[in-house]
Ligand binder design. Sequence first.
Ligand code: TXD
Length: 317
Amino acid sequence: MPRYKVTVVGAGMVGGTLAQRLAERDYADIVLVDIVEGMPQGKALDITQAGPVYGYDSVVTGTNGYEETEGSDLVVITSGLPRKPGMSRDDLLKTNAGIVGEVTENVKSRSPEAMLLIVSNPLDAMVTLAHKVSGFPKQRVIGMAGVLDSSRYRAFVAAELGVSVRDVQGFVLGGHGDTMVPLPRYTTVAGIPLPALLPPERIEAIVDRARNGGAEIVSLLKTGSAYYAPSASVVEMIDSILLDKKRVLPAAAYLEGEYGIEGIFLGVLCVLGAGGVEKVLEIDLDSDERAALHKSADAVRELWAATQKAMETPTPA
Ligand code: TXD
């Protein structure tokens, strides 16, 4: 098996944990990039020194530049500021757009053939920006949110029913925010549709908690946002892409007419393989579900418009 090269930009909580999880998978060498001097180097050494205990040979390099990232097969962008308590994702717009834009330029020049996996918030806007700045084909620019949102949803369903998470299948579509669209009709427990197992009000409560899953953790942590489940979600996507597993996973992909939606990135079910987003699956939606997806698309459009506006607004001195 070839060893892949994966760059993780942003060696903070998500990036650092992701590098650790990926090193433990033992099929890729990892380059951790951050602007904080010494931090990515320190984390890389620490992860390297767990290798003998865990038995992995992944080479992990920390750096403050891009030279070492040359020729990466896949680049994950997690750089930016996390949400603080009470801060909306949109507040982060201008700062994170500046960071993600600059990082994308640097990544593009060193790894023109790489897959780009975007994690930074506000996710739907940052993935759009990375697509524009990189000029990469749509198949190679993917946003992570759906796997995380779905995993939260599945964890809550499993806990409510007292069953293994392994037997709960389900996914959410739409943007990474208040307008995400969970689909109980397509959620199953060992093949049994969820609506046959739980009353509508319990399902609604679970859906609501999943929708606010990120904020719930932010308000508990107080100094940062979630990273264990986010990094695990990114690894599931990287596995599917680099190992060409063709998993069917929800991810932010560029739409060109699917579900009657055009010209934006939105969370949809994708086949992820060596070609990146190899297929967008268009599933049958009833009128309420379709309306919810279109409402989410409108919110993403507004977010992108606000991002463009924020980027044009000069920063006060
Ligand atoms: O579902 C999802 N997509 C998300 C998104 C789930 C969880 C976290 N989500 C977002 O990811 C979160 O709102 C943030 O925007 C990012 C990263 O979250 P994390 O919790 O890892 O934030 P940290 O710990 O602050 O790490 C960010 C790092 C930090 O070390 C900075 O020094 C670095 O980014 N940073 C940079 N690195 C390289 N280059 C530049 N320009 C840069 N600027 C900041």
